[in-house]
Design a protein around this ligand. Structure first.
Ligand SMILES: Cc1cc2nc3c(=O)[nH]c(=O)nc-3n(C[C@H](O)[C@H](O)[C@H](O)COP(=O)(O)O)c2cc1C
Length: 269
């Protein structure tokens, strides 16, 4: 009980940060179907930052299946798509918000290709991405590997299916990281990991639904109270079998907000 009251107190503590609001920021992004572009526009709008799209010399404008096929061939051959030079002068910026969709568990190939053409040494990179189910952490690892002399911050990622939640999440992300002044709520720590109860397993099942890439059952869970609901991290295991789901262990983040259906926010493998 004492711990609960404590974590509630921390959660309700309003925090204000402003240490990075003076830096000059550029929002650079690649987007094939417009979802990452929406996040990029939101960030630029909130910060009043310059924004530029990364484009590919030979665009991926086929169907989803054609894009998957081309991308698989390019990954196997190592022939990354050529990107057009950007117009912005990178010397003018301290902070680069760098956005991309997740393809095959990491940054989309045009973003990887672009990172090989620039030198972000000494600059701060803030990665952001959109995805079907997840890939935020592996995408950030890819950015760090490509730009080892840059300061790469924790990024923001959102499922394409949850893009309506993005404006509020971006606002919070920018405040939490000191790019925007203002108050935000800081949730408490997650509880210790415990076996999921039947009720929690039902929340997991409702959140994951029939999502084809996740054919898993909840095993363990930890949780924390957030404003208006509960956030869970479920540990789950998917068996090998037919269908598109990848077998193996995974962590699935779930939001269960009052009056709304539970939804998963990302899968971490
Ligand atoms: C070639 C390709 C590979 C993809 N691979 C993944 C993946 O590994 N994991 C995932 O969660 N989503 C994956 N997606 C879904 C995209 O990340 C998602 O639709 C994203 O929001 C698209 O962003 P955009 O509209 O900015 O292009 C993939 C999409 C494509 C086209």
């Amino acid at each position: 009980m004492k711990q609960f009251i404590l974590s509630l107190a921390v959660m309700l503590m309003a925090v204000s940060c402003s240490q990075k609001t003076d830096s000059k920021a550029l929002v650079l992004y690649y987007s094939q179907t417009g979802t990452t572009a929406a996040v990029a526009l939101q960030i630029a709008d909130k910060l009043g930052a310059d924004i530029e799209e990364i484009t590919v010399v030979n665009p991926y404008n086929g169907s989803y299946q054609e894009t998957i096929q081309r991308c698989m061939e390019e990954r196997e051959s190592g022939n990354l798509p050529e990107v057009n030079p950007i117009k912005a002068n990178l010397d003018d910026y301290d902070v680069i918000f760098f956005g991309y969709p997740i393809w095959f568990g990491t940054c989309a190939l045009p973003a990887i290709s672009f990172l090989k053409t620039v030198d972000f040494s000494g600059k701060t990179i803030v990665p952001f991405c959109t995805f079907g189910s997840g890939g935020l952490l592996d995408g950030i690892k890819e950015v760090k590997a490509a730009q080892p002399a840059a300061i790469v911050l924790d990024g923001y990622g959102v499922r394409a299916a949850r893009i309506n939640a993005m404006p509020a999440e971006v606002d919070r992300f920018l405040k939490e990281n000191g790019f925007l002044e203002g108050e935000f709520e800081k949730p408490g720590d997650f509880s210790a990991v415990r076996p999921a109860t039947e009720e929690e397993a039902a929340i997991f099942d409702a959140a994951v639904g029939t999502y084809p890439m996740i054919q898993a059952k909840a095993k363990n869970v930890c949780s924390r109270a957030i404003n208006g609901g509960t956030e869970y991290i479920f540990e789950a295991e998917a068996p090998a079998g037919p269908g598109p789901a990848m077998p193996g262990a995974m962590k699935i983040y779930v939001l269960d907000m009052d009056g709304q259906d539970p939804e998963f926010t990302q899968v971490v493998r």
